[in-house]
Design a protein around this ligand. Structure first.
Ligand SMILES: Nc1ncnc2c1ncn2[C@@H]1O[C@H](COP(=O)(O)OP(=O)(O)OP(=O)(O)O)[C@@H](O)[C@H]1O
Ligand SMILES: [Mg+2]
Length: 253
């Protein structure tokens, strides 16, 4: 469905972040992208969405037989891809409803139906639709961010660390929501610091290191991989400083 081939991208001529990334998201699947801080995970999603000017400098992004390389972000969104950005991208002074409607910018006649679907999926958002998004809890804001992405009726959703900073109860809710959305037919590319949970829900996974894919396999295969266990699942007898040149974020839940 989505196919990245040998993507090279960065933020200026001097800074290359992605150094030949190839990955695929098959239709109907959940694929996860793991990697240490700064490995290039968010850059990969931004490149897919056409959010970095003139990038990728090499390689191609194909989606449903279309070549999306160097298309503008709106065209990419129209083709059926939605991004839930790192940090949620919430407009805190707008209401929940206004935030959701921002995601619906390129569909018209079916907007009310889609909104109702989002409210059915996240009933709490309907209860709070007139509340300013900035006054919601972190978990509720994440639901708004996911709901806003769903308003465009995407075929593929890109999620950038949706569980970051959330209490365990909300982490579980976010993962359940991702699985439900996937069961409803939406393919998923998921970036997560919570590698344990990500590998549980993922059909397939890639590990990114310094802008390169260094490991890939099914979720089950990666859970059994010794390096993954040590570096991403925290299964090590070494103290925190014993993770070599990798630095992990604190939130492992
Ligand atoms: N707007 C930007 N301008 C310049 N450099 C950037 C920009 N955004 C990211 N970078 C750099 O690109 C590299 C990869 O960043 P990226 O955000 O893709 O990492 P990541 O894997 O998502 O990390 P994290 O787990 O911390 O979110 C980093 O070295 C970062 O400093
Ligand atoms: Mg990131």
């Amino acid at each position: 469905m989505l196919k990245l081939e040998n993507i090279e991208a960065g933020y200026s001529k001097q800074t290359q972040v992605l150094r030949g990334v190839s990955l695929e998201v098959p239709t109907g699947k959940i694929v996860t992208l793991l990697g240490a801080n700064g490995a290039g995970k968010s850059t990969t999603l931004k490149t897919i969405m056409g959010l970095i000017d003139d990038e990728p400098r090499k390689g191609s992004v194909r989606f449903l037989e279309q070549n999306l390389t160097h298309k503008d972000t709106e065209a990419i969104a129209r083709s059926g891809i939605a991004l839930v950005p790192e940090g949620r991208g919430m407009f805190k002074d707008l209401t929940v409803l206004e935030n959701l409607m921002l995601g619906a910018y390129h569909q018209t006649s079916t907007v009310q139906n889609t909104l109702q679907e989002v409210f059915t999926r996240f009933p709490r958002l309907e209860e709070r639709k007139k509340q300013h998004a900035g006054t919601l809890s972190g978990g509720e804001q994440q639901m708004v961010a996911i709901g806003r992405a769903l308003m465009s009726r995407p075929k593929l959703i890109l999620l950038d660390e949706p569980s970051l900073g959330l209490a365990p109860k909300f982490v579980q809710e976010v993962f359940s929501a991702i699985q439900n959305i996937n069961s409803a037919g939406v393919s998923v590319l998921l970036i997560e610091q919570n590698a344990k949970k990500a590998l549980e829900v993922a059909d397939y996974a890639y590990v990114l290191e310094h802008g390169r894919v260094v490991l890939e396999g099914t979720g089950a295969e990666l859970r059994e991989n010794e390096n993954v266990k040590e570096l991403y699942l925290g299964m090590t007898h070494e103290p925190e400083t014993g993770v070599g040149r990798f630095r992990r974020k604190r939130r492992w839940n």
